[in-house]
Design a protein. Structure first.
Length: 392
């Protein structure tokens, strides 16, 4: 026999019963009743208002049970965690419930009240989650001491996970990377290199539109063909990739050169190669190769600004850029990251506070980025306008 919530979703119950449901008057278990009320509040135009009123006054014990239960339906948890519906007594349970998404908590962190911010600062989950802390640090209701404490915690986390910078951190193709720096990077990522050992160059966005046919053939594993007797012949072995290329191989195009290299070779080229090679390798689908581009002392701020605005790079690249002080000091890079819909939402929310008024206005109208990013941009744009008007 179907549950009542399933019948209501299918509009298979009479209007009178729907009205009773919106008032919380059905003889069903409390947790199913909350699920029914949330469905009506969010999906039913006729009974939405009544269902929202019923939820606002729903039994605190049942509501707390739903907020703390990882098995609660996602729609229920999202509704309870929404800033417009949040009841103060439920916040601690929602923050620690692993089924409440980090994005829902980040949305709350953007505009959390003073009371909510205090609860979030006391949460073990939030203090252990860099992405949420990054967003919470931009909340205007934090004290100066709390903001500073979050920044220190983020810096400590960064120093524990960040790759040691290449010597000098100079920019421009005249800089050289030492063999020691390359060996250090290879050693640090040895386990990942072994795990991805056979992975050929496959740029994010696809290889077909970029590679010439002969290069594409080398980059792909050929399909199995049939032998003379109709039996499947053994697949042709893909050409072995190399770490070091001969002088003749070095003279080929950048794509041809890259397609012949294994992971170690691509890492070396990412750190020692030229601008054209970096522009291809930043799109490498193997994370440790793409991130090696950012370790190159040759990479310029202008290149990184372009990387920050690209949609055909790994999210790990967009996350790594602001973790380097050299790059995050460059305003055009910050602006490019916040405007890129592929940038992880916690990174964008943490960077918005650095934008100028005009760029906040543009970002608030950028329909490619998430609603959360747009809303925070609009809020900060209005705040800066108010400050400007008061100073006139």
């Amino acid at each position: 026999m179907p549950r009542m919530i399933d019948l209501i979703r299918a509009s298979a119950v009479p209007s009178g019963l729907m009205h009773s449901a919106a008032r919380g008057g059905l003889a069903v278990p409390p947790q199913e009743m909350i699920e029914i009320l949330v469905h009506l509040a969010t999906e039913n135009k006729v009974f939405a208002q009544q269902a929202r009123m019923t939820l606002a006054g729903w039994d605190e014990g049942s509501a707390r049970e739903a907020a703390a239960n990882p098995a609660s339906p996602k729609a229920v948890l999202n509704y309870l965690a929404d800033p417009q519906n949040l009841r103060p007594g439920l916040l601690p349970m929602l923050l620690e419930n692993p089924s409440v998404s980090a994005e829902s908590i980040m949305t709350l962190a953007v505009s959390a009240t003073r009371e909510q911010a205090e609860a979030m600062l006391s949460s073990a989950r939030i203090n252990a989650t860099r992405e949420i802390l990054n967003v919470l640090g931009s909340n205007a209701n934090l004290t100066e001491a709390e903001t500073k404490a979050i920044q220190e915690k983020l810096l400590a986390s960064e120093s524990e996970t960040a790759t040691p910078p290449a010597a000098g951190e100079a920019s421009g193709d005249e800089s050289e990377v030492s063999e020691d720096a390359i060996r250090a990077y290879l050693s640090e990522h040895a386990a990942e290199i072994v795990a991805e050992a056979g992975k050929a160059f496959q740029p994010i966005g696809g290889v077909h539109e970029e590679l010439a046919p002969e290069v594409r053939a080398a980059a792909e594993v050929p399909a199995t063909s049939s032998g003379e007797n109709g039996q499947a012949a053994a697949p042709k072995r893909a050409p072995l990739k190399k770490w070091i290329l001969s002088a003749d191989e070095q003279r080929g195009s950048a794509l041809q050169k890259i397609s012949k290299l294994d992971i170690k070779g691509r890492i070396q080229l990412a750190m020692k190669g030229n601008k054209e090679e970096r522009s291809l390798l930043i799109r490498d689908g193997t994370k440790i190769v793409a991130l090696a581009v950012l370790e190159s002392p040759k990479v310029t701020d202008g290149e990184v600004e372009r990387f920050a605005g690209q949609k055909n790079v790994l999210e790990s690249v967009l996350r790594a850029i602001p973790m380097k002080r050299r790059f995050i000091k460059q305003y055009p890079i910050v602006r490019a990251l916040t405007s890129n819909p592929r940038t992880p939402i916690d990174v964008s929310l943490g960077l918005i506070k650095h934008l100028l008024t005009q760029d906040l206005r543009h970002l608030s109208g950028n329909k490619e980025v998430s609603d959360t990013v747009r809303k925070l941009a609009l809020k900060m744009f209005k705040q800066k306008l108010d400050v400007t008007k008061k100073g006139e």
